[in-house]
Design a protein around this ligand. Structure first.
Ligand code: HEC
Length: 313
């Protein structure tokens, strides 16, 4: 009777490769299999394959070059990459910048742009203390109700209220802005290519249109805006506001602060995400080698077993 026995042996003593069976040939066929290697092809096929390879590579190169040349001809100016202080893998947002940015939003952008996904309570512990956020909320009037007489009424804002909207509906917003709709700014840095780099260059990039280009009434030339004609008048300039913390409000400072604020608004979990990433890396650095060692240890029995054929007596 033929029997296959599984014997466990230390890895070092296992003869790897074909099984040797006493008194006979190999346990299974040792015929070389038909290979598909290049060197075994005939000359003609080698030439044909090489030509095909060269043509394919050339074609891909040509396509890439054409694609690049077409891209270079589009009229959009792409924003450069700015060295934001929160760019690093482990860098948090600059929270005094977020605080100034909120001030810019409130005093400048909020005249036209809503931020409907942000509530005053979101500012607590991020840029403002609870008392400060409460005071900010109370500055605005919120329509509430109905009361017991079925009437709507206004009351001072609470921490749980969302930021007030400048217009009650999109039609009113368009009517006030020459037909252009100021987008909601809650997620704007995620909604545009280039993120805060784009918004920064958009805010600071207004310039005179090139010779021969005339702008329609109510449109402004901005090389960073797709189409170059934007319906938003340049919103910021040097000293457009006075920062509460005494920082000099140059145009670029104002733009930088409002962009940092908008980054926080679009990604409130930013700091926590990076801190969690750091923890994952640190714990992983210990855990992964340990788990790898444990896996090798547990599997060594399986990996080093030997399947042998016992010939019939
Ligand atoms: C006077 C009203 C007004 C003010 C103030 C204003 N904006 Fe705008 N904004 C607009 C309008 C209108 C548009 C839409 C433009 C268009 O689509 O042509 C717009 C568009 C934008 C866009 C989107 C551009 C795009 O790629 O679609 C961003 C970002 C923006 N504004 C940021 C800001 C920031 C930040 C501030 C404050 C510093 C601000 N805006 C202040 C009216 C305003």
């Amino acid at each position: 009777m033929a029997a296959v026995a599984v014997s466990l042996a230390a890895r070092s003593s296992v003869q790897r490769g074909f099984l040797r069976v006493p008194g006979g040939g190999a346990a299974w066929s040792t015929q070389p299999k038909a290979t598909m290697s290049f060197s075994s092809l005939s000359r003609g096929r080698k030439v044909a394959l090489s030509t095909l390879g060269v043509l394919a590579a050339g074609g891909a190169g040509l396509a890439l070059a054409l694609h690049r040349s077409v891209k270079a001809s589009d009229l959009e100016l792409h924003p450069p990459k700015y060295p934001w202080s929160h760019n690093g893998a482990f860098s948090a947002l600059d929270h005094s910048s977020v605080r100034r940015g909120y001030q810019v939003y409130k005093q400048v952008c909020a005249a036209c742009h809503s931020m409907e996904y942000l509530a005053f309570r979101n500012l607590v512990g991020v840029s403002h203390t609870e008392a400060e956020a409460k005071a900010l909320a109370e500055e605005c009037e919120v329509v509430d109700g109905p009361n017991e007489d079925g009437e709507m009424f206004t009351r001072p804002g609470k921490l749980s209220d969302y930021f007030p909207k400048p217009y009650s509906n999109p039609e009113a917003a368009r009517a006030a802005n020459n037909g252009a709709l100021p987008p909601d700014l809650s997620y704007i840095v995620n909604a545009r290519h280039g993120g805060e780099d784009y918004v920064f260059t958009l805010l600071t990039g207004y310039c005179d249109p090139p010779t021969g280009v005339t702008m329609r009434e109510g449109l402004y030339y901005n090389p960073y805006f797709p189409g170059q004609a934007i319906g938003m008048a340049p919103p910021i300039y040097n000293e457009v506001l006075e920062f509460d913390d005494g920082t000099t409000a140059t145009m670029s400072q104002v733009a930088k602060d409002v962009c940092t604020f908008l980054r926080w608004a679009a990604e409130p979990e930013h700091d926590q995400r990076k801190r969690m990433g750091l923890k994952v890396l640190m714990i992983g650095a210990i855990l992964i080698p340990m788990v790898y060692y444990l896996k090798r240890h547990k599997w060594t029995v399986m990996k080093s077993r030997k399947i042998a054929y016992r010939p019939p007596k």
